[in-house]
Write a protein that binds this ligand. Structure first.
Ligand SMILES: *[C@@H]1O[C@H](CO)[C@@H](O)[C@H](O)[C@H]1NC(C)=O
Ligand SMILES: *[C@@H]1O[C@H](CO)[C@@H](O)[C@H](O)[C@H]1NC(C)=O
Ligand SMILES: *[C@@H]1O[C@H](CO)[C@@H](O)[C@H](O)[C@H]1NC(C)=O
Length: 390
């Protein structure tokens, strides 16, 4: 029966998520040195808005981790995360990118853009020199500017409403670039930013090491990112710390909405219990399926949740009334890009609201700023908890 279930799912998927959008390469970026790790042009996918949405722009930044040194950046040269030559030519647009009101109630008729990620630095890198041996380009910040210039020329300069969003490393980019995105647009444009699963916290791993802090420091050093992080943060602390939303987001002036699971599956796997901190693989089963965690592991994860909530409140900053957040107690990562998590009958809810409605209402200020956490796992029955194969 499994094949039947899979076939049915595929049929439903094809029927509901049938919009494929062609890739556009930013050829003019090459002359500006705004290129992917391998020197190829950056790229995006744009589906034009229509009806009442023609002058609204949703710019969604793709995720995909980072590369933190020459070895890991070289590995990306031969895949889509480091080279536009390896990117798929048509991308399925669903959930926050869907063009159907029944799947995407507030943004379906906007101009919807997916910016492809091929720099490995959440669009912050800028090293002038190209390594003569590896031929690697660290130019993420230039890529961001080059893509924005093209979108502005394609009509974004006339935007009435604009959102910068993204998931994972793209969700982090949407925080780091939020104020610079706002600055590119006319003052009359209503601009807000959403970060989905981009709120990576600075906390110790299960071996009590500062693993993620060292890792982000390597990313920032390798890519020469410090000068492209918000100066409002780097003027106050060690620049690589400004890669963490909990320190940098309080300095952001543009309205920001944070969507994240308190037990973010990427963060549990790579910040709390990374391979180096778990040499015997004791956490392996728990990381693939939260229902397989031992009592001890769950206790550790409850501690992580408390750290996460603390990081959220310390990141709110003085402009707390312009902020929104939706922090559910799910084992998930990137909830705006999956229809089942974004907007469906049985999607995750807080205060009886789906993520799509919480974010949409917050953008249009139709209600009090949505600021909701959740009771601890396993209380929330609306979650779609991830189960991984490995
Ligand atoms: C997308 O690309 C394909 C293949 O190059 C082409 O046939 C099609 O017309 C393009 N679609 C649009 C909307 O431009
Ligand atoms: C590069 O980073 C990876 C991942 O953190 C690590 O395993 C590797 O040892 C590093 N390599 C070098 C040459 O520093
Ligand atoms: C939750 O929302 C649904 C649909 O909007 C509504 O029918 C239902 O009454 C709401 N439940 C509560 C407890 O507010």
């Amino acid at each position: 029966m499994e094949w039947l279930r899979i076939t049915l799912c595929l049929v439903i998927l094809l029927r509901t998520e049938g919009l494929y959008v062609n890739i556009t390469y930013v050829q003019t970026a090459v002359a500006k040195g705004a290129v992917c790790l391998d020197g190829s042009p950056p790229a995006y996918h744009l589906d034009r808005g229509f009806g009442a949405g023609v002058n609204n722009w949703l710019v969604q930044i793709e995720g995909g981790g980072w590369c933190n040194n020459v070895t890991t950046c070289l590995a990306r040269k031969t895949n889509r995360l480091g080279s536009s030559k390896q990117m798929i030519k048509q991308l399925a647009f669903s959930a926050i990118l869907s063009d159907k009101p029944q799947f995407n109630p507030d943004f379906y008729n906007w101009n919807r853009v997916k910016i492809r990620y091929c720099d490995g630095s959440s669009f912050t890198g800028d090293v002038e020199a190209v390594d003569p041996v590896t031929k690697l380009y660290y130019r993420g910040a230039r890529v961001f500017v080059a893509v924005m210039e093209e979108l502005l020329a394609k009509g974004m300069k006339n935007a009435q409403n604009a959102v910068l969003s993204g998931c994972s490393a793209g969700g982090l980019a949407s925080i780091l670039h939020c104020d610079s995105f706002k600055a590119l647009l006319p003052v009359r444009t209503k601009v807000k930013c959403f970060s989905d699963a981009g709120y990576f916290i600075n906390t110790k791993d299960i071996s009590a090491a500062d693993h993620i802090e060292a890792y982000f420091n390597d990313v920032v050093t390798t890519h020469g990112s410090a000068k492209n992080l918000p100066i409002s943060c780097t003027s106050k602390m060690k620049p690589s710390l400004c890669f963490f939303p909990q320190y940098v987001s309080k300095e952001i002036r543009t309205p920001l909405f944070v969507i994240n699971a308190a037990y973010d599956s990427w963060q549990i796997k790579n910040i709390l219990a990374p391979g180096v901190a778990d040499p015997h693989g004791i956490w392996h089963d728990c990381k693939t399926d939260i229902t397989k965690c031992s009592t001890d592991q769950l206790r550790t994860m409850q501690g992580f949740r408390l750290e996460f909530l603390k990081a959220i409140s310390s990141g709110l900053g003085p402009l707390i009334n312009t902020r929104g957040y939706f922090i559910n107690s799910c084992y998930a990562h990137c909830q705006t890009e999956m229809q089942e998590n974004w907007f469906a009958i049985d999607s995750p809810k807080l205060n009886n609201k789906t993520i799509a409605k919480a974010v949409g209402d917050w953008f249009y200020d139709t209600s009090e700023p949505f600021q909701r956490g959740d009771c601890p796992y396993p209380c929330d029955k609306t979650c779609h908890n991830r189960v991984f194969d490995i």
